[in-house]
Design a protein around this ligand. Structure first.
Ligand code: HEC
Ligand code: HEC
Length: 469
């Protein structure tokens, strides 16, 4: 090379720079970031009837509707907000990359909106201050306090509940209300606050329709391999009817409708037919509406118009799973890397928790939910994830360090990972999420050491595969 042509300074620098780049590319795998080949999420299931599509559209519109206290604020047609809340619409938190998704925001993706909680804090004149864990570029977060606090001291009595970040004090439609926000800085000092970020609801109708027997059969499959890896896992059960619960970070909730009713009351403060009473702790001067605030509408003609929570459930149940990427477009992982990553994912046994597919049962109303193979990459069980991830909260049979194997479908377009959003674009994203599985007592420790023993190229293939989902 370079025969007959003197090497210039510029040439040397360019050569050095390109060698440096190659060395870097070989020495460390990195998260390629949110995939850009079309959205691939947010569509209705195939094969819905025209009527079902109408209910899907109505449910989506209500999912996106912004609530005010009175329903009279321009642009905020819903009513019942507060007294306390975390945001003002379902769609604000479930936003990325389409309605139903997860937390939007971060400076690295300026076309994806900022954290909606920043605007919600001062919406319609509200005077909330932003606690330290909410920022424009960070994830949407809700807070739980593991233990009850009395006179500024932590007791040994469990609390565990969600403490809403904001309240309606100062809003133009809540003039008589005056109440303080929780003292999150004190809770931080007392080491008594943990966070949860939104989970996506794409494909949630399929998850809902997986029979308990299928989950249990998958749990007992490959038992000797799982045992040698230190993987166990258990189902979380409803204390009421003894069936398996499956939604939420600890698989704590049974159905989409129950989740919708609870979220409407807890996240937005709208009482409803499933959760008809205002949550405790707010003064009467901050309660403006008769309860429940969201109800079935009984029309003159004798028909019923569904409540918001039923409409939200229709939308979520009919929402298709995200479509994985199969093509290698310029600047994106190649199809070969994706395929190799898929193979390696099971060679290091990530799939002993992240089960690639589970079969749904028969559906009484939608062919696309009927006996389908759901590519969710989860066993829907909760696993001990060790001291680093433990959040000290028990929900149903899920203990302080147990979490549901996070479904990985749609992970290709996620920005924040793990239950509290600790893995971000700034600290390595997906790679950080994988490393965060390790910790004293984690069932994933052996699998993560197998991952760590892979070459950088092989690790890169796994990350590329995850970004194709
Ligand atoms: C302030 C942000 C926020 C708002 C507003 C919000 N959610 Fe969520 N959503 C979350 C968080 C956080 C979780 C995870 C909670 C957990 O597991 O502890 C979640 C989880 C869910 C899940 C569980 C999905 C799964 O598979 O785990 C469903 C269903 C859901 N939300 C529906 C709704 C509906 C319906 C609304 C509107 C009534 C709503 N959410 C409003 C933050 C929000
Ligand atoms: C012992 C079961 C188990 C094994 C093995 C396991 N995971 Fe997980 N994974 C989980 C659980 C549980 C979570 C959620 C933990 C949390 O949020 O605290 C999770 C979360 C994730 C997330 C973040 C998803 C989200 O929604 O934020 C990714 C990515 C992931 N796992 C990839 C992998 C890969 C790749 C491997 C193999 C190298 C692997 N996991 C092995 C149980 C497991």
């Amino acid at each position: 090379m370079h025969i007959g042509k003197p090497i210039t300074i510029v040439g040397v620098l360019a050569l050095a720079a390109s060698v440096g780049w190659m060395v870097q590319a070989q020495s460390a795998a990195h998260d390629p970031g949110v995939r850009s080949d079309g959205v691939g999420a947010g569509k209705p299931l195939p094969g819905l009837t025209a009527a079902q599509l109408q209910f899907f559209a109505d449910g989506m519109a209500r999912f996106l509707q912004v609530d005010s206290v009175s329903g009279t604020i321009p642009g905020e047609p819903g009513s019942g907000l507060g007294p306390t809340f975390n945001s003002t619409s379902c769609g604000s938190c479930h936003a990325q990359p389409a309605p139903g998704g997860t937390s939007p925001s971060t400076s690295q993706y300026p076309n994806i909106g900022p954290n909606p909680q920043v605007e919600a804090a001062s919406d319609a004149g509200a005077i909330n201050s932003l606690p330290y864990f909410i920022s424009v570029t960070g994830p949407v977060r809700e807070a739980r306090f593991p233990l009850a606090v009395v006179n500024n001291e932590v007791t040994q009595t469990p609390d565990g509940g969600v403490h809403d970040v904001f309240n309606i004090t100062g809003r133009s439609d809540a003039r008589s209300c005056n109440m303080p926000q929780p003292n999150f800085e004190l809770m931080q000092q007392l080491n008594n606050v943990i966070f949860r970020i939104p989970t996506p609801v794409f494909g949630a109708g399929l998850i809902e329709n997986i029979p308990d027997a299928t989950i249990l059969a998958n749990m007992t499959a490959n038992s000797s391999l799982k045992q040698s890896l230190g993987i166990s896992g258990q189902a979380n059960y409803s204390g009421n009817d003894g069936t398996i619960t499956r939604f939420g970070w600890k698989a704590q909730n049974k159905s989409l409708e129950i989740f919708a009713g609870e979220a409407y009351n807890v996240e937005i403060g709208v009482t409803n037919e499933l959760f008809p009473n205002e949550r405790e702790g707010s003064p009467a001067s901050c309660m403006f509406n008769p309860t429940p605030e969201d109800t079935t509408n009984f029309t003159q003609s004798g028909t019923q118009i569904p409540s918001d929570i039923v409409a939200f459930s229709d939308f979520m149940r009919f929402l298709a799973p995200p479509a994985p990427s199969t093509v290698g477009i310029p600047g994106q992982p190649s199809p070969q890397a994706i395929q190799q990553g898929r193979t390696l994912f099971s060679q290091v046994h990530c799939d002993m928790c992240h089960t690639p597919t589970l079969q749904t049962g028969s559906s009484s109303f939608a062919p696309a939910l009927n006996n389908q193979s759901a590519a969710l990459y989860s066993d829907l069980l909760v696993h001990h994830m060790g001291s680093e991830l433990a959040d000290g909260i028990s929900q149903g049979s899920a203990g302080p360090d147990e979490f549901r194997t996070a479904p990985l479908w749609g992970v290709g377009q996620r920005i924040f990972f793990m239950h509290d959003g600790r893995s971000t674009p700034a600290n390595g994203g997906l790679l950080n999420a994988i490393q965060a599985h390790s910790g004293s007592g984690s069932e994933a420790n052996k699998v993560i050491s197998l991952f760590n023993a892979l070459s950088p190229t092989q690790q890169q293939d796994i990350l590329d595969f995850l970004r194709s989902l």
